[in-house]
Design a protein around this ligand. Structure first.
Ligand code: KG4
Ligand code: ZN
Length: 331
């Protein structure tokens, strides 16, 4: 089954053609990073307008890259949430109109399920059940993937998502948008243990996360240093903060494995592209005999191939009345 999928939930305009949820036949992606950089973050209205401008070209480009035509497509899929409402609406409206015009069925896809399914594209042997650490700009969750369409939540953030916290600290350090990857680069030249950040919920029986306290601690460090005339090396703060985020994420993920059993850990979402998270996860997995699955770096951040995969494994057949749902839940 060949599915043409669209993704426009934030600032990437993307389309892909995916076969049987596992094989990418073609993909096209237009990143708006350069447009939003001057504002320090994504401006929703500008994102929507640029999706509208680019979608027709992205559609042509995906067919060219797959060397296929609309006659080869079995269904059209689209992310209908969660995400920015205007951005989602452009993709949903475009996909609905296109599916109608070529007479093919429409499939609605949850963006977060898409991030999980990026792993089915990278690892042809991966099947549920497994434990999944979802770490994106808007979500941080530890879930049991019991079956392709059956998720159980074990823990989630009570405040900021991991990516959101990294982006905010990056901004505090004057780094350009997107913060996470720039913080990662700066951290490479810093001391990872220059500053200590408290472990969230230490000693408590919870698999939840919290990052806003750590973020405030970083703000206070910088303010106190400025007031007292001490010089803090930005790279040290970046490295220490990133390390604290990574350790908090992985401490909970490996605790969950200890608590609930299982031997497969899967990482999903934009922060999964982070080299330090990948390296530390590999180290801990090797030490504890856990099989670790990481999406290809190019499939960690938003893309349409993951939506094409999720459409196959856990998409919802949809009608032309399909609407964007900015707060669509996974569970
Ligand atoms: O999954 P994603 O592309 O979009 C959402 O669905 O939110 O995740 C974006 C998040 C941003 O917070 C971005 O800074 C972070 O992922 N990110 C990274 C890296 N690449 C993207 N964070 C740390 N290191 C990276 N290499
Ligand atoms: Zn995403």
């Amino acid at each position: 089954m060949k599915i043409l999928a669209f993704e426009t939930s934030c600032d990437e305009t993307a389309a892909a053609i995916v076969e049987d949820g596992r094989k990418i036949l073609g993909s096209a992606l237009y990143s708006q990073i350069d447009i939003h950089r001057e504002y320090g973050g994504v401006v929703p209205e500008i994102a929507s307008r640029n999706h509208l401008l680019k979608l027709p070209y992205i559609l042509d480009a995906v067919y060219s890259s797959a060397n296929l035509t609309s006659a080869d497509i079995d269904a059209v899929a689209v992310t209908n949430g969660p995400g920015l409402v205007g951005a989602l609406l452009t993709g949903v409206t475009f996909a609905k109109s296109y599916a109608y015009s070529i007479g093919k069925p429409l499939i609605a896809v949850n963006h977060i399920a898409g991030h999980v399914c990026a792993n089915y594209l990278t690892h042809s042997e991966l099947t549920p059940p497994f434990l999944c650490l979802i770490v994106s700009g808007g979500h941080t969750e530890l879930v049991q993937v019991l079956d392709y369409n059956e998720y159980g939540v074990l823990g989630k953030t009570r405040d900021d998502a991991a990516g959101e916290a990294l982006d905010k600290v990056a901004r505090l350090l004057g780094l350009p948008y997107p913060g996470g990857p720039n913080l990662e680069t700066l951290a490479l030249t810093g001391e990872y243990n220059a500053f200590a950040f408290t472990r969230s919920f230490k000693g408590e029986d919870t698999l939840d996360f919290s990052f806003s306290g750590m973020k405030t601690a970083a703000v206070n460090l910088l303010h106190k240093a400025a007031q007292s005339g001490n010089i803090i090396k930005d790279a040290d703060l970046a490295a220490s903060f990133l390390t604290a985020v990574v350790y908090n994420l992985l401490d909970n993920a490996f605790s969950a494995i200890g608590k609930f059993g299982g031997d497969k850990l899967v990482i999903a979402g934009g922060v999964g592209a982070n080299f330090q998270l990948r390296r530390e996860a590999k180290k801990r997995a090797d030490e504890s005999g856990v099989q670790l699955f990481l999406p290809d770096v190019s499939l960690c951040t938003d893309n349409a191939a993951m939506i094409g995969s999720a459409a196959y494994f856990c998409g919802q057949p949809a009608e032309l009345a399909l609407n964007a749902e900015p707060n669509l839940a996974l569970f």
